[in-house]
Write a protein that binds this ligand. Structure first.
Ligand SMILES: [Zn+2]
Length: 433
């Protein structure tokens, strides 16, 4: 769906922006995909400008969901409240084997629609049928780093085929959609890829100059497996193989020691905290406060919707903060502004794209959150209201690279009814239809 407003400049009037110290009302001009002006005084309006009244709305850099598997929205609620191993072996993996390229396309669009409607502008994805994922991202006009998830014990025929798929994904999609799509290389995890496979993947990442995106220290079983089979923890093993010579996005980092945190910080690894998925699968809670204190860049992710069961970054921020406070018995742990930085700035830093803050010259990836609803007034402090009170449905407008993807809660680039119809037609049970 095109829109004649898309190529014109946008003026956001009287939106609330907040930095580390204070909140204020400003006016923003967006043109050529960038924030071109920010002023507390009214901006001149030209004929053809799209003017948005922003009273009562907080303007934020778009949320960056730094770890997910977009098509897994198809398995939302498929199998809950069961042990992780049973969940994977008896439900998720068999269901994934049956997925077609078309299923993956519709599942990706379903997640992207949910993401846009809750303020996410950029995502790091790992899956298969990556052409379908990329096509959905491209059509949705989202910003994304996509990757093919490599699972191979040896560099045999299967291992080489997996690496070839990963190479193809990079060659086909890195820099596509006016640069909004980038690619990464994703050996799935230390326990699902053999040493030779890791070494070949690292070589390929160097050759293509793309980051690594993997799962790291998600479960106690993973650490135990690594100690038994490799004689060292996953972080030490990957460091020795040379993985961290490449910018690395490491999902989870739940079971890491102080020594390992120091390595992650020193090697510029981004830890992606996925608190809901970790809690729901009974895997524990990542030592987020310690990771941040150690100097690690910590971003935020939902993981796939099968273990979440959504893709809503406002809920993820709230979960991150509350679980840290509860686990540490400390109400000052992970305050609202810090967790909002993780969900925006730190994710954009990790992926090397998108807006890191609301200021001139930044990419115009902006979301407006209505703080005037019955769930949010009186909004004493914008970030406290956002993290502890607001909901995804309070996001009214979403702009990526200067284009509206959501305006007044209406999706511009995705036909929501068609997506729901296709997903229900393929996967829906009687209750959902
Ligand atoms: Zn994952």
């Amino acid at each position: 769906m095109g829109n004649k407003e898309q190529s014109m400049s946008i003026v956001l009037e009287n939106v609330i922006v907040s930095d580390a110290n204070s909140a204020k009302k400003v006016n923003l001009r967006i043109e050529n995909g960038l924030i071109s002006a920010l002023d507390e005084n009214p901006l001149p309006i030209s004929p053809g400008d799209t003017v948005v009244a922003g009273e009562g709305k907080l303007a934020l850099p778009g949320f960056v969901n730094a770890h997910t598997h977009l098509p897994m929205s198809l398995f939302r609620g498929l199998a809950d409240d069961i042990p992780l191993d049973t969940w994977l072996r008896e439900h998720i993996w068999p269901a994934e084997k049956r997925l077609t390229a078309a299923d993956v396309y519709w599942g990706s669009l379903l997640s992207l629609a949910e993401m846009i409607k809750s303020g996410t502008t950029q995502v790091a994805d790992m899956y298969f049928h990556t052409d379908s994922v990329a096509r959905a991202v491209s059509e949705a006009h989202m910003r994304a780093t996509i990757s093919y998830g490599i699972v191979a014990n040896k560099l045999d025929k299967h291992g080489k085929d997996e690496l070839a798929m990963a190479r193809e994904t990079i060659e086909r999609w890195h820099g596509a959609a006016n640069g909004r799509i980038r690619a990464a290389l994703s050996p799935h995890a230390i326990y699902t890829c053999g040493r030779d496979v890791w070494a070949a993947a690292i070589d390929l990442a160097h050759e293509k100059n793309v980051p690594l995106h993997t799962h790291l220290c998600e479960t106690r079983d993973e650490v135990a497996w690594s100690l038994t089979n490799l004689g060292q923890t996953p972080v030490l093993a990957l460091n020795e193989i040379g993985a961290f010579s490449i910018p690395t996005i490491a999902a989870h980092c739940v079971h890491v020691s102080e020594e390992e945190m120091a390595i992650l910080a020193q090697r510029s690894v981004t830890a992606v905290h996925c608190p809901k998925s970790n809690a729901k699968l009974g895997n524990g809670h990542a030592p987020v406060v310690s990771l941040l204190r150690a100097g690690v860049n910590v971003a935020l992710g939902t993981d796939g919707a099968a273990s979440n069961n959504g893709q809503d970054m406002i809920e993820e921020m709230r979960m991150a903060s509350l679980l840290s406070k509860g686990a540490l018995e400390d109400p000052t742990a992970l305050p609202a502004r810090e967790v909002a930085m993780m969900a925006t700035h730190n994710g954009a830093e990790a992926l090397g794209a998108g807006a890191r803050r609301i200021s001139t010259g930044e990419d115009a990836d902006i979301v407006l959150v209505d703080l005037s609803g019955v769930d949010t007034v009186p909004a004493y402090e914008p970030f406290s209201t956002l993290v502890y009170a607001a909901h995804g449905c309070d996001v009214t407008d979403v702009i990526v690279a200067g284009e509206f993807l959501l305006r007044d809660r209406k999706l511009f680039t995705i036909d929501e009814e068609q997506v729901k119809y296709e997903v229900n037609r393929r996967f829906g049970k009687a209750f959902a239809n």
